[in-house]
Write a protein that binds this ligand. Structure first.
Ligand code: ADP
Ligand code: MG
Length: 219
């Protein structure tokens, strides 16, 4: 007999989010989504290791959207959620997926990657988006330029944290962590592996009593 599956509809997600999931044609959550989404929805920090293709993007996009839709902003002018990825390509993919979920909601999002016009990005930031999807280098440029503020950041999400460390982004991650020190911040860290030098130190610095999810078996 197949083991019981927690369905998307059983997770307490906003109907607008469920409609977007349906639109994507996803019949049921992956293993990592079944583990991670409920833990994030009760407010836990998260440390996830699972292989490529296991569905990590929705494991954070859905509960992040849920929190932003259901709670008031901690601060009016600051970003509410920040998603960091190691590469421009990944940031663009995540942003494309996110756009489907913010559509038909009051939540706004911007993409901030290197290689694109800094002043144009500053103009987008003046509109005070709720969510920022960014690469760490360009994001820190904006932070230092005071085009963005993080005191009221509610969710910090690191996608492919191991690759960010490989690319030498530890100093930028440290700066961002310090700038986003609200006591109600929730932090989600995703990685393909936990066997990475610096990952222990990073998770210790960023996460409070994290719920750990590790799915590295087959499907
Ligand atoms: P990871 O970040 O773990 O590598 P992704 O989030 O990129 O995984 O998802 C891998 C692929 O699986 C993507 O094409 C995504 O659209 C698809 N996917 C994600 N969640 C589901 C689901 N619940 N059902 C079916 N396909 C899914
Ligand atoms: Mg991924």
């Amino acid at each position: 007999m197949e083991k019981d599956i927690l369905q998307f509809q059983d997770m307490g997600l906003d109907p607008r989010l469920l409609r977007s999931v349906q639109h994507l044609g996803f019949a049921r959550p992956t293993e990592i989504q079944q583990e991670a989404i409920p833990a994030v929805m009760v407010g836990r920090d998260l440390l996830v290791s699972s292989k490529t293709g296991s569905g990590k993007t929705l494991a954070y996009l859905l509960p992040m959207m849920q929190r932003l839709l259901k709670s008031r902003a901690l601060s009016k002018q600051d970003a509410r959620a920040l998603i960091l990825t190691p590469t421009r390509e990944l940031a663009k993919q995540v942003y494309a997926q996110l756009r489907l979920f913010v559509a038909n909601t009051p939540v706004t999002a911007v993409l901030l990657v290197g290689g694109e016009n800094f002043n144009d990005q500053e103009k987008l930031l003046k509109r005070q988006p709720d969510i920022i999807v960014a690469t760490p280098g360009r994001f820190v440029d904006h932070l230092e330029h005071k085009s963005v503020f993080l005191q009221g950041l509610e969710m910090l999400i690191l996608d492919e944290a191991d690759r960010m460390l490989d690319l030498g982004f530890l100093p930028q991650l440290t700066i961002i962590n310090k700038a986003a020190a609200h006591r109600l911040r929730q932090t989600l860290l995703f990685s393909a592996t936990l066997e990475h030098t610096d990952l222990d130190a990073l998770s210790l610095a960023l996460l409070k009593n994290p719920f750990r999810v590790s799915v590295n078996s087959g499907h």
